[in-house]
Design a binder for this molecule. Sequence first.
Ligand SMILES: [Zn+2]
Length: 408
Amino acid sequence: MDYSHRYHAYPTQAVAERLEHHIDVHRQAYNYTRYEYENVDAENIGSAYKHHYRLPDWKDKYPVFSEVNSKALQRTVTRFYQNLSNLSEKKQNGHKVGKLKWKSPTEYQSMTYSQSGFKLKNTSGRHATLELSKVGDIQIRYHRPIPDEAEIKEVTIKKETTGEWFVSFGLETDDADLPEKPDGDSLDASNSVGIDLGILNYIHTSDGKTVDWLDLEDDYERLRREQRKLSRKENGSNNYEKQRRKVSKGKRHIQRKVLDYQHKITTWLVREYDAVFVEDLNVQSMLQGDGNARNKQDAAWRQFITLLEYKGDLHGTHVVQVEARGTTKECASCGVETAKPIWVREHSCPACGFECDRDANASLNVLQRGFSELGLGWPESTPVETTLPTDTDSVSAKRVVETGSLGA
Ligand SMILES: [Zn+2]
């Protein structure tokens, strides 16, 4: 299984300058790969693997390419071909795409060490040291450990537009080292959970927990204020540049807050349950989308599911996406569909009389679909009414942020 961990990095002034130089050499290598791909007719062009064989010649011709780690240089050539294949994939999906562009310094801010040339040291405390060959030691804030059984495949170091540095470790854990997921017979409604992506709540679980949306009003207000200030500065001036950094810092601050929140909720879910079922987002409808807000929400939900899935693998918890269509309309007790406008908060079934909260009904449907997705029947002896919690426990965002848990 592949996943990644990201950490804040604090290079010294001298090391930061070296990093910037290296990244700029990589940028030139990227642009040169692109140049050769478009203009040079040679046998060893056309795939990353073949193109790597051109690197010794490059180094003879342009000694600057010898200044950086050679595996990392290969990785940059590979990055060009990866971008190329992403582009053609988009094209196949009917998007209008241009050609890959030449990258200016502001557009190229990272480099990746692959397989070798890096070492993670002093990992016992809250800080650790990343050693990069030809660059030096970089301190990172090691807020969550890399699991013992994980192998570090690559390391990407990036300078954000805010001026902050981050390192991201590409990790691989052998599937054989992952904990086994409980087999079907041991799963029931008591150790499984269905999750509805709420409109009023961030999530609503089938056992009656609701978790609030994270309140970002103040953060957005602050960001809007900084953006207004930016619009009054003269483009290109020193003050403009300063203000632009403030704006990107504000954006990153919000992104990080959301990510941290999602980490806490997903960690809690995989620890608490043996199986977690979520709605599958239809990728097509997501791309088309209806409006920016909806897209943002979908993107946040997709990030949530990605986190949930890899943590499920690491903790031995089933994470299954189920068909999302009709989870709200369908009655969780008898299956009859009833149209429900968005403002109707109660589910009240005209066919069987089952009544409960609208989102509770949806999450129960997700739970049942999850069972059949895993090839398990819904236990006959468990009428859906009895799985309903007697009370809804509403968890505030504040409690999640402060205790890192949804539990009491
Ligand atoms: Zn019904």
